[in-house]
Design a protein around this ligand. Structure first.
Ligand code: UDP
Length: 391
């Protein structure tokens, strides 16, 4: 019977789910019949109420009161505070956590969420005392540069990091160098594989094949000032064409799970052809069709864009965990950052006007940053810990 790998995540935003899916796919293709990987949304499937609501409740906070989110994030950097919180959560969730481990009997547990190290490790340690079975635990750090201290727990058998910066932080946090592996962020393989010419990709999406496409994203939840940015970009780009019937470019706005935004934008009339969509399962097709992406600095979106060779115009970031991503992208030459919609529109116009040389250089830099094999490398390490050989 196939051994079980549990991937712990939270189904908020889109990044954790995307990393978990990438790893699950890599495990099931490389170790078919030998390993079986399941992604578990720990909050909704394991945590008691009202903890089960915590990630969803925090989402509007991040979007609408980022200053408060920053305070909470920074307060959590104090080990005294996090220890006290984890002690309380453990007291509250211990029975459920142990019952969950007993029910699944995993060969390896993997976490792709910052808050899912301490409590799962306590559960596995107690499970070992009760059953005599040791279950290795793997941390996959899904923040690129600004990594919160709660990621780094010495109880993990392996800590997998995406960048030099994250590796440095893991070592400074006291992890043993042989336990820290740098493979990149796991992304779904299609991002690096789509080999369509842009105009073919646009036609497949039902867009105008002849017009360059600007892609506007806001992560899985459609966060940030997307509405204002879409308006500013469409207005400025409309001035580049020969009037309403003869635009020089087009826009796609992917609202993710933000239905209100999708409805509002769908009702508008736009001065250039504008496709408004909700959550798109095949985002790689949109990236393949675009000249560049305007997006908040979400780690998965950044690495997916890099794998697609897509320059990035970063328009915002979640305070704390996404802050370092901006510097990372800009310093590595894969894109730019601006927060005001008018400035973003100016940059978008200049990138389209400048033509391919500038965009080509950024696209090249983006590809150089990408690590499309990360998920396979991680799958191999997980399989080794599970004592499994490929099927
Ligand atoms: N995503 C998607 N379809 C959408 C919008 C987003 O598949 O319509 C995915 C995107 O490909 C990426 C993730 O959602 O994998 C967003 O992750 P990121 O880390 O950028 O930001 P988060 O949403 O976690 O804040």
């Amino acid at each position: 019977m196939a051994k079980k790998v549990l991937i712990l995540m939270a189904d908020t935003g889109g990044g954790h789910r995307a990393c978990a899916d990438a790893l699950r796919t890599a495990i099931s293709t490389r170790y078919a019949g030998v390993l079986r990987a399941d992604a578990i949304d720990v909050w909704s499937q394991v945590a008691p109420w009202p903890l089960s609501r915590a990630p969803r409740a925090s989402q509007p906070l991040v979007d609408r009161a980022p200053w408060l989110w920053r305070r909470i994030y920074e307060a959590g950097e104090s080990p005294r505070i996090t220890e006290a919180i984890f002690d309380a959560v453990w007291y509250w969730t211990r029975r459920r956590a142990l019952a969950f481990v007993e029910q699944h009997c995993p060969a390896v547990v993997v976490s792709v969420h910052a808050l899912l190290q301490d409590i799962p490790l306590r559960a596995l340690s107690e499970w070992r005392q009760l059953s005599g079975r040791a279950v290795p635990f793997v941390t996959i750090v899904t923040d690129l540069v600004s990594t919160h201290p709660v990621w780094f727990d010495r109880g993990a058998a392996l800590c997998i990091v995406p960048t030099d910066e994250a590796r440095g932080q893991a070592l400074r946090a006291g992890l043993r160098p042989d336990k820290v592996r740098q493979y990149g962020l796991p992304i779904r393989p299609e991002f690096a594989r789509v080999a369509l010419e842009k105009h073919h990709a646009r036609r497949r999406l039902g867009l105008r094949a002849d017009l360059p496409l600007v892609l506007l994203l806001g992560g899985g939840e459609g966060m940030g000032r997307m509405e204002e940015i879409a308006q500013a970009v469409a207005t400025l780009l409309a001035g580049e064409g020969f009037g309403r019937g003869f635009p020089a470019s087009q826009l796609a706005v992917i609202c993710g799970r933000n239905r209100c935004l999708q409805q509002r934008l769908s009702r508008r009339s736009w001065p250039i052809p504008t496709a408004v969509r909700g959550f798109e399962d095949r985002l790689w097709e949109w990236m393949a069709a675009s000249e560049f992406a305007i997006t908040k600095a979400g780690p998965s979106t950044i690495m997916e864009a890099c794998a697609s060779g897509l320059p990035l115009l970063l328009s915002g970031y979640v305070p704390g965990q996404e802050e370092g991503n901006v510097k990372y992208v800009v310093e590595k030459g894969a894109g730019s950052y601006a927060s005001e919609p008018e400035t973003i529109a100016e940059i978008a116009r200049s990138w389209l006007r400048a033509g391919s040389p500038r965009l080509d250089a950024m696209a090249r830099r983006a590809r150089e940053l990408s690590r499309p094999d990360a998920a396979s490398a991680i799958a191999d390490d997980v399989a080794a810990l599970a004592g499994a050989e490929s099927g």
